[in-house]
Design a protein around this ligand. Structure first.
Ligand SMILES: *Cc1c(COP(=O)(O)O)cnc(C)c1O
Length: 390
């Protein structure tokens, strides 16, 4: 077994780029001031936060005032759902929520909670066998009293990219705000909010070579939003609390790098991904791809395996020196089949045999080949009755 494990789980998190770390460092020490202070310590900190806001806004193609910094993807998703749901119900009595059945738990569990405790009516849109929401589905389900629609951009479990442009246009025509969770897409896909047409969009730095614990929510001007966290008037009154200056600076630096490398990264990742998509079913009988074969995240390959337990497979791969995932870092160790895989129409048994392999900036072609070489051995050991009897 190789002594240094091979990391193939970039969809769970990415290493913070050294350039991002360098940019952050002064704001932990010398430049520690509170950006809300008026003095010589406060002002540079405020300037750093506002420069970061300009960077993020430029990449998303929006106004600086439309960016709210948060503590990460989960908070951005929560703020979008709760903030808009409550504001729209207050303003016009809209209490119907529409989400896809393939959302990240940050969206799904927030919506379920709004339904269970805050009196909202939650409806799930159907998806096709690839996990895409069909525009005519949305047309059928949208209502006068729909408060918010939330549809994931690039899926973290199955890689599928949704046709956000078309879906957002439908919402726009009906005057219903649409949120998209773009955590997985930021460094690889077009994230221009005017091209996409979404009214709210979540990003999180640790999915694209920035630090953990920081993200942003884009909120289109005019979209009603009630804050979740109250206190000072930071972030235009939409998110109270002293700005996390170093992490916000890190987020912006990661956005800068993504801007420079997006095209090149996507092309390189795609070649590695396609090698996995071709190579795994070729080598493993009973393996099949989950999610869309082509309209998917450039760095993301995902599979189900007949007659295999996903958690056992992950453990065996870990022993063999490969770090992968069963689909979502948040679900590891959970013996329940994934709701996302069930929504594709897979049986419970198949849904329990899932594997996600995601590549990134540090992945080499040699690592992918090493994985393809090792996988059949790991799988046949797991499938052998002798081992099951032990
Ligand atoms: C990682 C992720 C989240 C959660 O983001 P955190 O910053 O870890 O809270 C939400 N949605 C998707 C699609 C993700 O991949």
């Amino acid at each position: 077994m190789s002594s240094t494990p091979i990391y193939l789980d970039y969809a769970a998190s990415t290493p913070t780029d050294p350039q991002v770390m360098q940019a952050m460092l002064p704001y932990f020490s010398r430049r520690f001031g509170n950006p809300s202070s008026v003095h010589a310590w406060g002002q540079p900190a405020e300037q750093a936060v506002e420069a970061a806001r300009a960077t993020v806004a430029e990449d998303l193609g929006c106004l600086q005032s439309e960016i709210v910094f948060t503590s990460g993807g989960s908070e951005s998703d929560s703020l979008a759902l709760r903030g808009v749901a409550h504001a729209r119900r207050e303003a016009r009595g809209a209490a119907h929520l529409l989400i896809s059945p393939v959302e990240h738990d940050a969206v799904r569990n927030t919506a379920l909670d709004l339904a269970a405790h805050d009196g909202f009516e939650l409806e799930f849109l159907a998806v096709d066998a690839h996990g895409q929401v069909q525009p005519d589905q949305l047309v059928e389900r949208l209502r006068e009293d729909t408060a918010l629609v939330s549809i994931i951009y690039g899926n973290n479990e199955i890689g599928t990219v949704n046709p956000i442009q078309q879906l957002a246009r439908i919402c726009r025509e009906r005057g219903v705000p649409m949120h998209t969770d773009a955590l997985q897409g930021t460094s690889q896909l077009d994230s221009n909010v005017d091209n996409l047409g979404a009214d709210l969009l979540s990003i999180g730095a640790h999915k694209f070579y920035g630090p953990k614990g920081v993200g942003a929510l884009y909120v289109r001007s005019g979209t009603p939003l009630r804050p979740l966290q109250l206190g000072g008037s930071q972030e235009g009154g939409r998110r109270a609390g002293t700005s996390n200056v170093p992490l916000i600076v890190g987020l912006a630096e990661a956005v800068n790098l993504a801007r420079e490398r997006r095209h090149e990264d996507a092309l390189r990742f795609q070649a590695l991904r396609d090698r996995l998509i071709a190579g795994v079913p070729e080598r493993i009988p009973g393996a099949r791809l989950t999610g869309h074969p082509t309209e998917r995240l450039p760095n993301h390959a995902s599979f189900v395996f007949e007659g295999l337990d996903g958690n056992q497979l992950l453990a065996a791969l870990d022993l063999a020196g490969f770090a992968c995932s069963s689909g979502s870092a948040c679900k590891t160790g959970d013996p329940e089949p994934s709701q996302v895989l069930l929504a594709l129409g897979l049986s419970e048994e198949l849904a329990l045999g899932s594997l996600r392999v995601s590549v990134g900036r540090h992945t080499t072609a040699g690592e992918v080949e090493a994985f393809l070489y090792a996988l059949p051995q790991v799988v046949s050991r797991l499938r052998s009755p002798a081992l099951i009897a032990q």
